[in-house]
Design a protein around this ligand. Structure first.
Ligand SMILES: NC(=O)c1ccc[n+]([C@@H]2O[C@H](COP(=O)([O-])OP(=O)(O)OC[C@H]3O[C@@H](n4cnc5c(N)ncnc54)[C@H](OP(=O)(O)O)[C@@H]3O)[C@@H](O)[C@H]2O)c1
Length: 288
């Protein structure tokens, strides 16, 4: 029986990145549906859950992607509400790679060390990746703050995190380089998840900063979000701080994404979201 991955994308155009990784993760066939919403997903879920018998149902799985994490979360909820009894298939949420990227980044940060009780600041943390970095650092025990250019939007994101995951994340308004430099004072961990190609921090703002231990940047499009580190950094010592670049943890991100796709086909009741994907990353990083 062919392994069929149904790619439900909340954007007007489905993500080719997600399609390619779906095949690399072991799907025999990928069917992509763009512009999917909670309102129009019903028929697709029925098509997935009613077509194969109990033993074969695990060969159909759902993947939810797209650029908007809130839309992806709403879709995930709508999909699960359509499941009942044994009429369900495995489902994974990874809008904009938020779960797999954040999990790979945080798994490297917490590898061989505890971040419990430490202050972590996620710069540009209102996007999909930053939100999930905040959740996973909280899951690891850190006290997390996220920055955004507008307080109201940043607070809204923190509220959503609290409602969904129960973690209390602080919202800080930091519209420019100078404000972001101030926010990181006193932090042991800084992760930059600003939009592609946006400079979030200059080197003189973090070098020699008292107490800073770990510094990571998710942005792989030049210029880097954090000046003075290298894309390939992976626990690299710079100015006495361990630095992590986007390609340094990107290999784990891709391997994790593929592994998650593969494991969707192991049973028909797998649900992969932030917690489950971070647990997998934390395990996987020990074998790299
Ligand atoms: N390494 C990997 O494997 C990997 C995988 C996926 C994504 N990424 C990268 O991870 C980063 C985060 O991804 P994402 O999808 O979460 O990003 P995003 O939603 O495009 O942007 C994140 C945040 O950046 C802030 N921002 C936008 N323009 C800005 C500007 N001019 N100045 C300051 N802040 C600005 C916005 O926050 P406010 O409007 O609230 O200020 C936004 O919410 C991106 O750089 C992406 O390319 C890396």
């Amino acid at each position: 029986m062919k392994k069929l991955l149904v790619q439900l994308d909340t954007d007007a155009q489905s993500s080719l990145f997600d399609t390619v990784v779906a095949y690399d993760g072991g799907a025999d066939h990928v069917v992509s549906y763009p512009a999917i919403t909670p309102e129009n997903v019903g028929g697709l879920v029925e098509g997935a859950i009613f077509t194969r018998g109990p033993k074969d149902k695990k060969n159909t799985a759902l993947f939810i992607g797209g650029g908007n994490l809130a839309a992806g979360e709403a879709l995930m909820q709508a999909v699960q509400q359509r499941f009942f009894g044994k009429f369900r298939v495995s489902v994974m949420l990874d809008s904009n790679g938020a779960n797999t990227t954040a999990a790979a980044c945080v798994a490297w940060l917490v590898r061989d060390r505890s971040v419990a009780g430490k202050r972590a600041v996620v710069l540009g943390g209102t996007g999909p990746v930053g939100q999930r970095v905040a959740v996973m650092l909280s899951q690891a025990g850190a006290q997390v703050a996220i920055t955004g250019r507008q307080l109201a939007r940043t607070e809204q994101v923190c509220l959503a995190i609290r409602e969904r995951f129960g973690y209390s994340v602080e919202a800080v308004e930091a519209p420019g380089l100078a404000e972001r430099g101030e926010v990181i004072c006193g932090a042991q961990i800084v992760v930059s998840t600003g939009a592609s190609g946006v400079a979030m921090l200059s080197e003189n703002q973090w070098q020699g900063l008292p107490g800073l231990e770990l510094l990571a940047d998710a942005n792989a499009s030049p210029p880097l979000g954090i000046a003075g580190i290298d894309m390939m950094d992976r626990a690299t010592q710079r100015h006495g701080i361990l630095t992590f670049g986007p390609l340094g943890f990107g290999a784990l991100k891709l391997a994790l994404h593929r592994e998650c796709i593969s494991c969707l086909f192991e049973s028909n009741d797998m649900v992969l979201d932030a917690r489950e994907i971070f647990e997998r990353a934390s395990h996987k990083v020990n074998f790299l």
